[in-house]
Design a binder for this molecule. Structure first.
Ligand code: SAM
Length: 247
């Protein structure tokens, strides 16, 4: 049964608040900002009903994001904006994604605690950190070496021992680390890269924005069934930086 229909939205938010508090809360100056961010994400999810066929984000995902210091993943310059529901620059022409989109993509992956996940597009490391608290292992690859290096340093400093970072072109995935229970691509591709479909386990799910940088992109859900058949579903229109290729 859906949480929204069973408890009502207020009860759901109260439950998330309790889970956040119980999960050894990060005591810092941004606790209220984080709680507000979760409320904004929850409100945004209600308007996504048509495209997604649902009107809520998994409470486990909201609990993780409500306890994760997003301000550690942006430069000092943007620290005060870290909990606004919008993307922010992380330098090199790249962005840390909008919190609602991070919540949505994480939710759509439907990950479990034993899962091994691939992320293409490490950026700041924030999406990898969210996933790291929900799964066994995250492998995250970034094409811009300086971003890969700073994300590795940041995730190490914050204690994310189950995130493995790589510098390189994620179009090809990470065949030596796969296959993966779930794959999330955080840059827009012209088509779903065939190597990523290959590296998805039977029963696995991939979430990827597809479309050109100059036209409407859509968040696609790619599902591989137990027999290896692949089904693709288009969900929300989105706007991502492009998936670039190593020259
Ligand atoms: C929207 S940002 C990612 C945000 C990131 N997930 C976070 O939490 O901060 C997209 C990232 O994808 C990276 N990227 C683009 N093409 C790539 C490729 N072929 N392989 C790996 N990373 C790529 C960009 O350099 C950029 O850092």
């Amino acid at each position: 049964m859906r949480p929204s229909s069973r408890f009502g939205r207020r009860a759901l938010l109260a439950m998330i608040a309790l889970m956040v508090a119980a999960a050894a809360a990060v005591a810092d100056a941004y606790e209220e900002d984080r709680a507000r961010m979760i409320q904004v994400i929850d409100a945004h999810a209600r308007t996504a009903t048509d495209a997604l066929g649902r009107d809520y984000i998994d409470p486990r995902v909201l609990a993780v994001m409500g306890n994760l210091p997003r301000h550690e993943f942006v430069s000092d310059w943007f620290e005060g904006d870290a909990y606004d529901d919008r993307p922010l620059s992380i330098g090199h022409g790249q962005t840390i994604s909008q919190p609602f989109i991070v919540a949505l993509m994480t939710d759509m992956l439907e990950v479990g605690p034993d899962d091994v996940v691939l992320e293409v597009g490490t950026g700041s490391g924030y999406q990898a950190a969210v996933l790291a608290r929900l799964v066994r292992e995250v492998h995250s690859i970034e094409i811009i070496p300086a971003l890969a290096e700073s994300a590795k340093e940041r995730l190490g400093r914050l204690g994310y021992a189950n995130v493995h970072t790589y510098a390189g072109d994620g179009y090809y995935g990470l065949p030596d680390a796969g296959p993966f229970d779930a794959i999330v691509v955080t840059a827009a591709a012209h088509q779903v890269p065939p190597p990523l479909i290959q590296q998805l386990k039977p029963g696995g799910r991939m979430v990827i924005p597809v479309g050109s940088s100059f036209a409407i992109q859509h968040l696609m859900l790619v599902e591989k069934d137990a027999d290896g058949r692949v089904r693709t579903r288009q969900t929300l229109p989105v706007r991502f930086v492009p998936l670039t290729r190593a020259s």
